[in-house]
Design a protein around this ligand. Structure first.
Ligand code: SAH
Ligand code: SF4
Length: 407
């Protein structure tokens, strides 16, 4: 597959003063912004509702387009705030339609260039899934995961999580009545391109509990971005004490990165297992609020050649999950430079999935998507970081594709 040429935003002139953006804020955050510029309290609820509608339902990028708000207040808002989204520093489009964006967050201080994170859009026949990040890097060190080799820089804020969806809707031409940017596909059936969200990008979402919870609140609000909670999946490596609260406070679908059926191996692959072993993890799963056959837990299992892919392990997996309404996702390992692991052979994956299937689980093997653009955890970012200054510049000018520039 040949990846298409990277389309990148033209290098933006650094603004001298950055006005804080309202994009991604909660209702309380918008209320605080209005209070800051002196909007009287009795008027604020109504104004928050108006801003909410323009920002999240229509996706407007300019206060002047907010025609239900008087000119005076619009000007005041524009003077103090912006509606900026994170900057798209690279966009890669795979030949299978997968899109990967490298996003630069607003700098948090004068010495900060702005943290970079990635976000991947995967179109399928019946859905469009956006894979979002919850942290810059990760504190956990799962040995097969490239993000695990990068240090944690920080948690993403609520705004930075919400705006990943906004960038995707913007780039896909998925906001109503807005002209799509060049290269966007435009929905022609009234449907939306992003129908599902998975927290499977960089970071451990349950280590950024409040940020993720508040972001999900904004994303699921039916006056705005309007995604159903059942269409959002939070994936965790197994932060046991937060699994119950996740169900209670976020009500989303749950995915568990299991990857091994014995503690000794899981201790190695997912070191958090030393703190929360398999038994505790599965107990937390059994007690997941709202669990039912209609709301199953997804168990992710990355297929590592000669490590966790035997028939005996497939049988043990089925035994362990007995009694838990579950789906099993076998994920072909996506290799990265320097890793000691290899992906299991295709025949092995098929054999493993057959055992799981015979036990009554539909076990779709997650087809690798966007392989030509390295669309796995942590990989676009690391490839881009390796680029020389010259290659980066070329990339920004859209002259070469990222894969070629990386070598
Ligand atoms: N930290 C969370 C969510 C992000 S990782 C978690 O661990 O669940 C999302 C999924 O991608 C996890 O199941 C993770 O194990 C898997 N993953 C990480 N690196 C991978 C790789 N190189 N190949 C295939 N899957 C990988
Ligand atoms: Fe972090 Fe998840 Fe990668 Fe483990 S698999 S290092 S928890 S991002």
């Amino acid at each position: 597959m040949n990846p298409s040429v990277v389309e990148a935003a033209p290098p933006a002139a650094e603004p001298v003063v950055r006005r804080p953006s309202l994009a991604g804020r909660t209702r309380a955050g918008l209320d605080a912004a209005l209070a800051e510029i002196g909007v009287p309290e009795k008027e604020r609820r109504m104004r928050v509702g108006q801003l909410w509608n323009w920002i999240y339902h229509y996706g407007v990028r300019d206060f002047q387009e907010m025609t239900t708000i008087g000119k005076g207040l619009r000007a005041q808002l524009a003077e103090h705030f912006s509606l900026d989204l994170p900057e798209v520093t690279a966009e890669q489009v795979s030949s299978d339609g997968t899109r990967k964006w490298l996003l630069r967050m607003a700098p948090t201080g004068p010495r900060d260039r702005g943290a970079e994170i990635e976000c991947v859009y995967i179109p399928e026949v019946d859905r469009g899934t956006l894979c979002v990040s919850s942290q810059v890097g990760c504190t956990l060190t799962c040995t097969f995961c490239h993000t695990g080799t990068q240090r944690l820089v920080r948690n993403l804020t609520t705004e930075e999580i919400v705006t990943q969806l906004m960038v995707a809707r913007d780039r896909l031409g998925d906001f109503p009545n807005r002209s799509a940017p060049d290269g966007a596909f435009v929905p022609n059936d009234g449907g939306r391109f992003v129908s599902n969200i998975v927290f499977m990008g960089m970071g451990e979402p349950l280590y950024n509990f409040d940020g993720v919870r508040d972001a999900i609140g904004v994303i699921t609000d039916d006056q705005g971005l309007s995604l159903g909670r059942r269409r959002i999946t939070v994936s965790t490596s197994g932060v046991v004490p937060q699994i119950g609260p996740l169900g209670d406070e976020m009500g989303t679908m749950l995915a568990i990165s299991l990857h091994a059926v014995r503690d000794d191996l899981r201790n190695e692959l997912v070191p958090l297992n030393r703190k929360y072993p398999i038994k505790d993890l599965l107990d937390a799963c059994r007690n997941y609020p709202g669990l039912s056959n209609a709301k199953r837990i997804t168990f992710e299992y990355v297929m590592l050649k000669g490590v966790n892919d035997s028939d005996a392990e497939a049988r043990e997996l089925v035994r362990l999950l007995k009694g838990i309404p579950a789906k099993i996702n076998l994920i072909p390992f996506n290799p990265w430079p320097g890793t000691k692991y290899e992906c299991s052979d295709w025949e092995r994956i098929e054999r493993f999935s057959e055992i799981v299937f015979r036990a009554g689980y539909a076990s779709p093997v997650r087809t690798p998507r966007g392989r030509d653009i390295l669309a796995a955890c942590g990989q676009l970012k690391s490839e881009t970081e390796k680029l020389s200054a010259r290659a980066r510049l070329m990339l920004e000018q859209g002259e070469v594709d990222a894969a070629a520039a990386a070598h």
